[in-house]
Design a protein around this ligand. Structure first.
Ligand code: OGA
Ligand code: MN
Length: 296
């Protein structure tokens, strides 16, 4: 079987395009190891022209680690996708119709347009996310990625020392509050209670240090809230400067895989009342809570 695939850089610092693989076919161990090595180096891999169904997307993802079983969604009883572990990143309801302007699920989905790292609000956050495009709008709806290892490297040493010991608290409730969304049920509020994460972590596969930012952060332990939120705003602004960002313009059947341990991402606006954007995400868990991972 062919192990070789081509890697084409998409940005001076990170992100690459992978060609020469058909992800519907089983991969051998050497191919999986080569993709993992490319992920460790590039943080984001784009696989164009992969016509996958839900089962094939799940099977490919499962080669890289345990799939997260619980999705973060409101109104989970009204779901469109057959696999309960698959995240619906669309603007469609369970009948495939565009969500109404005042639909709660639409407000919740708008949170994906804030810079974040997937599942940073879970005690053990995400490793990789694999997002597949089934249908896309004619304009807008790009996904942007930021390189948080490069962002760390570019911080002044005094700032690095200040950040190194810090622990942040993450919750979906914090990120949605940024958009004024606070209509939580009691069960959701319990499910999304804040979890602690290191603000600075060492990326296992590369040994490099990364800033662990996310719009899900609402506090930093031992710091007054306004000071913490201002610091996070400054750090996010730093980490998402154009020189650290790759913007992905989607084509149908692109599969994009990113490493949430060393990148941030956000969706961009599109006319979601007019055009369907059907994207489906499988998310893999990291091995342990970041508090157990030594930062330096
Ligand atoms: C995601 C996400 C952004 C987008 O799938 O985790 O944040 O562009 N998506 O849809
Ligand atoms: Mn996301």
């Amino acid at each position: 079987m062919m192990t070789e695939f081509s890697l084409t850089p998409l940005h001076p610092l990170f992100a690459a395009r992978v060609e020469g693989l058909d992800l519907r076919r089983p991969l051998d161990e050497a191919q999986v190891a080569a993709i993992e090595a490319a992920m460790d180096r590039h943080g984001v891999l784009v696989f164009p022209g992969q016509e996958l169904d839900d089962d094939q997307q799940m099977d490919f993802a499962a080669r890289f680690g345990p799939i997260e079983q619980t999705r973060a969604a409101v109104d989970v009883q009204k779901q469109r996708l057959k696999h309960s572990a698959m995240n619906d990143i669309s603007n469609l309801d369970e009948q495939g119709r565009i969500l109404a302007a005042d639909d709660r699920r639409r407000f919740f989905a708008l949170g994906n347009r804030l810079w974040h790292s997937d599942s940073s609000f879970k005690a053990t956050p995400a490793k990789y996310s694999l997002l597949h495009a089934r249908s896309i709008p004619p304009e807008g709806g790009e996904t942007e990625f930021a390189d948080t290892r490069a962002a760390w490297d570019a911080l002044p040493p005094a700032m690095q020392e200040r950040l190194r010991p810090l622990v942040a608290e993450h919750s979906l409730i914090f990120s949605r509050a940024m958009l004024g969304f606070d209509a939580w049920t009691e069960a959701e509020a319990r499910q999304f209670a804040p979890v602690p994460q290191r603000l600075v972590r060492r990326h296992a596969g590369s040994g490099r240090i990364a800033l662990f930012l996310s719009s899900h952060i609402g506090r930093i332990r031992g710091m007054p809230v306004p000071e913490a939120l201002m610091l996070l705003r400054d750090l996010t602004e730093h980490a998402t400067q154009p020189r650290f960002v790759y913007s992905h313009r989607w084509a149908v059947h692109d599969l994009v895989m990113w490493d949430n341990r060393c990148t941030l991402h956000r969706g961009r606006a599109y006319d979601d009342q007019r055009f369907a954007r059907d994207m489906r995400r499988v998310t893999l868990s990291d091995v342990a809570p970041t508090l157990d991972q030594v930062a330096a």
